[in-house]
Design a protein around this ligand. Structure first.
Ligand SMILES: Cc1cc2nc3c(=O)[nH]c(=O)nc-3n(C[C@H](O)[C@H](O)[C@H](O)COP(=O)(O)OP(=O)(O)OC[C@H]3O[C@@H](n4cnc5c(N)ncnc54)[C@H](O)[C@@H]3O)c2cc1C
Length: 204
């Protein structure tokens, strides 16, 4: 990698490029002619109120993948897949899928926790997982052939909690030429090239 072109026509000379494009990471890798199995997958999060308060309730995950946890005086829920099935989504689509709450999530919540038969959704939002279709795990570090192109991608819904460690690891890689405190070798791109999954099982 010697340069990056911006939308406004500017061209930046670069020594190293870090792909940190989240759900668009596969598209950005393709700009460099590289294959990265990361795609945007839409996810909705709903906030609801309930008459009965369970403020010390832990995060609960139903076998269907639907989860719920308290957030102050309200509750957060999500984890249901769209009716048409899970798959690559339009990364510019942030429309909340309200029927998902009414028809899929609420019945599951009410079955698990009868008090949640009487709840009131208050707000919601939609976003996109940076979904690694190989193994739902992060891809971190350089491309084996294009060594100046670094990946920080594919977090598949758990990137916030991993961000501090990944940032530190990549900084060490760039400054020192190797990992010092956080060894991210297991997350390297070679497993993608070899089709060797390093599967994350705990994805909600
Ligand atoms: C509904 C939902 C709930 C989540 N819950 C959790 C959770 O509970 N715990 C957790 O750990 N993680 C959670 N995540 C996942 C977490 O949000 C992501 O893994 C994390 O934000 C990824 O960080 P990132 O910096 O890699 O990418 P992002 O935060 O997506 O940032 C990517 C950036 O790249 C920019 N960009 C994209 N394409 C281009 C381009 N071509 N040129 C220039 N810039 C570009 C974007 O504008 C954006 O600013 C959740 C995600 C969603 C959608």
């Amino acid at each position: 990698m010697t340069s990056v072109s911006l939308d406004n026509g500017d061209r930046l000379e670069v020594g190293i490029v870090v792909n940190s494009a989240g759900p668009n990471a596969g598209t950005v890798a393709a700009m460099a002619g590289l294959v990265l199995p990361v795609e945007p997958r839409k996810r909705n999060v709903f906030v609801f109120e309930a008459r009965d308060k369970y403020s010390d309730m832990p995060l609960l995950v139903d076998p269907s993948g639907i989860y719920v946890r308290p957030e102050g005086s309200v509750y957060l829920t999500g984890g249901a897949e769209p009716e048409e099935g899970d798959g690559s989504a339009d990364p510019t689509d942030f429309e909340v899928d309200w029927p998902l709450f009414e028809e899929v999530i609420w019945p599951v919540l009410a079955t698990r926790i009868p008090a949640f038969e009487a709840i009131k959704p208050t707000r919601a939002w939609a976003g996109h997982y940076d979904y690694n279709t190989l193994d739902q795990n992060a891809v971190i570090g350089p491309h084996p052939q294009v060594k100046s192109f670094l990946f920080a991608n594919g977090f598949s819904g758990h990137g916030l909690q991993q961000a501090p460690a990944v940032g530190k690891a990549l900084a060490e890689l760039i400054v020192h030429g190797g990992y010092r405190t956080v060894d991210c070798s297991a997350f390297g791109y070679s497993r993608v090239a070899e089709g060797r999954a390093f599967r994350e099982l705990n994805v909600i």
